[in-house]
Write a protein that binds this ligand. Sequence first.
Ligand code: SF4
Length: 346
Amino acid sequence: MSKRVKIGNIYVGGGEKIAIQSMSTYKLENIEECIKEAVLLEKKGCDIMRYSVLDALDAKSFSQLKKHTKMPLVADIHFDYKLALLSIDGGTDKIRINPGNIGSEQKVSEVARAIKQNGVAVRVGSNTGSIDKEFLDKYGKNEISLGESALKNVAILEKQGVENIVVSVKASSVPLMIKAYEYLSERIEYPLHLGVTEAGTEYVGIIKNSIGIGSLLSKGIGDTIRVSLSAEPIREVKCAKAILRSLGLIEEGAEIIACPTCGRCEWACMDMAKKVEEYLDGVDKPLKIAVMGCVVNGPGEAKDADLGVAGGKDKCVIFKKGEIIKNVDKKDVELEFFKEIDKCIR
Ligand code: SF4
């Protein structure tokens, strides 16, 4: 099991719940937009939020953001150690920086001192675009060079006495990313931040993230996840929740079960499934709702569902745990089914 690391008011690792992260698409100078986004994402289940820090003003924005959200905030910094120090001063809970990129040992030790004094966490890591030249020359682009690049940064921080470390090794190739995290998990006990980098547009990205993050989590590897999509951060959080729910790692939220339909389907099953999904977005109560194509197989196939509906030629049935509780005319099914859903979520 990984070590437990404190990030703001939460812990990651050590068997704590898997924390969902996202990253703002706004610049911190648009502070009002950032605040609105943070409030929404926190409400929708995001646990940690990251922001690019480009200058001193950005670094000072964390104190303002923190007035509006309880989520731990992460400052993403590339090379400038002064921005790391200013962000810590500004109230960030974690910094994303590679000490190997900071420069002199004196600068690294200044950042390390600030991390320790303020109880801030730090994420170090590598991705296929930032593999250390030493390892790239020695091993080529593979899980070993990715893993060793991350471990080199870990070692720099350990030398400075920093222990609140989270590590990542991202790649856009799913098999490489899986092997790299396995490589790390065999060598260190720090919590791992899972992600597929540059995963692509939403459709392909969801598939790549689900396979990459999902297969590692199913082996017990990973403590916090960031689904990376070329889409709004809210879509990343939604996808992350669905991955965790599919693996049985969280119970909150409604799960929609819907059949693919076939020639036996004689009603607008897919439309109904979409409407139900939209209606239940944001409901935290653990609930399984089924929308099935036919009365012949629907109730039986979805007997796990807390509530379900299956359509016929003229009549539909509403059922609970496979037992039919109501027969309704097809024209009334939406109204009747949503009445039953309301009773369940109340
Ligand atoms: S539940 Fe009925 S409509 Fe849906 S796939 Fe099965 S047989 Fe076909």
